[in-house]
Design a protein around this ligand. Sequence first.
Ligand code: SF4
Length: 339
Amino acid sequence: MENRAILEVKGLKKYYPQKSGVFRRTTNYVKAVDGVSFSIHPKETFSLVGESGCGKSTTGKTILRLQEPTAGQVLFKGNDLLDYSKRDFRRLRKDLQMIFQDPYSSLNPRMSVRELLREPILTHRLAGRKETEQLVRDIAEKVGLSKEQLDRHPHEFSGGQRQRISIARALILKPELVILDEAVSALDVSIQAQILNLLMDLQEELDLTYLFISHDLNVVKHVSDRVGVMYLGQMMEMTDTEELYDNPLHPYTQSLLSAIPSTDPFKKKERIILKGDVPDPANPPSGCPFRLRCPKAHERCVIENPAFQEVKEDHFVACHLYDRVEEAGEVPDLVGSLR
Ligand code: SF4
């Protein structure tokens, strides 16, 4: 993996104002993303996981300015994407693509696959007619679409095939970073595996970097190099995949992972059931955002939001249980009983 990050997200925030009263004044904010930071290296797959409403998809959309961030920096190859005018940013967008969960809504039903694949090239004026046709044929072949299928329309395809069209449409521009937002979540398990294998093959072949957004911890384990766990708009834990699944430190991550059935019949796993639902982001709890559901919450958690700190090499956690790490010089074994 190359050392220099291709994408650095620093203190990213996306607040939605809530208006009320006769004069529609802003009286509150929904903090969908609240100070999230991470970086992704070239050819790496970094995943964001968490329950629905944790802010992972909003993070992806604000990186691409599909929704304008409230604050923070998004450095792509060292340049802050938020400094670009909308016009200049559109030119840059070909290097950063996004693939969504529901391909049907992002594909114009009146266009044939050929037209759908041509469109991004024409929009960005990247090639002449002949070259465009060649690019269309090449990318179709790469994603497993036949020549005959190029003249069909989206409704004539299955969900998996439609996702292949979306992938082809994103990759025809030869992007460097692809954001996959629940890209396989709507597919049957067997089709999901085919699309994931295709994505991994294409990553290898085209030197792609992925930001993979998903609620599915099994899928994330399979595809990621590193993982960030989000809760209520904030990052709770971040480390490399093996470390996260073998040694989760944050009580939230522990509860998420405890729900995955063990593949080892001799390894007993205790399921941690969380109390209640994710709180309303317009009315988050004081102190730690997870404290209302945390089985290990204590007095300090009510008062103070824990800092997101490195407690082991490349293992970051936001939890007061690890505040004493700096003084003690080692990570306390607070989770042994749960493994
Ligand atoms: Fe639980 Fe407190 Fe840690 Fe938050 S800071 S995860 S409430 S122990």
